[in-house]
Design a binder for this molecule. Structure first.
Ligand SMILES: [Zn+2]
Length: 110
């Protein structure tokens, strides 16, 4: 676990309850606890991976599973709003040092 890791410290340790959208063996998607957009869902690995930069260390099977759950969430938001955006941050832009994907939609993006 790294410093400032909301996902390991709070979410994956069940210290707070999150509103789960869907999950797989190694990943979970839930509604952002402080949404910045009209629809804002976060996808995280259940085991600590610091960022997208470390993904090359993992098996292809895991990457495919990650893609599959992200795709499921994107389809959900697309079906609801007609589209969505997918982002992940690194370095100074990554506030929480645990890989997480934002899937979101907001009217202001159009
Ligand atoms: Zn973590």
């Amino acid at each position: 676990m790294k410093n400032n890791d909301f996902y390991c410290e709070m979410v994956l340790s069940n210290k707070i309850n999150v509103d789960i959208v869907c999950e797989t063996e190694h990943f979970m998607a839930f509604h952002h606890t402080k949404p910045a957009f009209e629809r804002h869902i976060v996808v995280i690995p259940k085991k600590h991976i610091q960022s997208i930069r470390e993904l090359y260390l993992y098996e292809k099977k895991l990457i495919i599973e990650m893609h599959s759950i992200i795709d499921e969430v994107m389809r959900l938001v697309e079906s609801e709003y007609g589209g969505c955006r997918l982002t992940t941050n690194i370095g100074n832009l990554q506030e929480t040092k645990h890989l997480h994907w934002h899937v979101y939609y907001d009217k202001q993006m159009i």
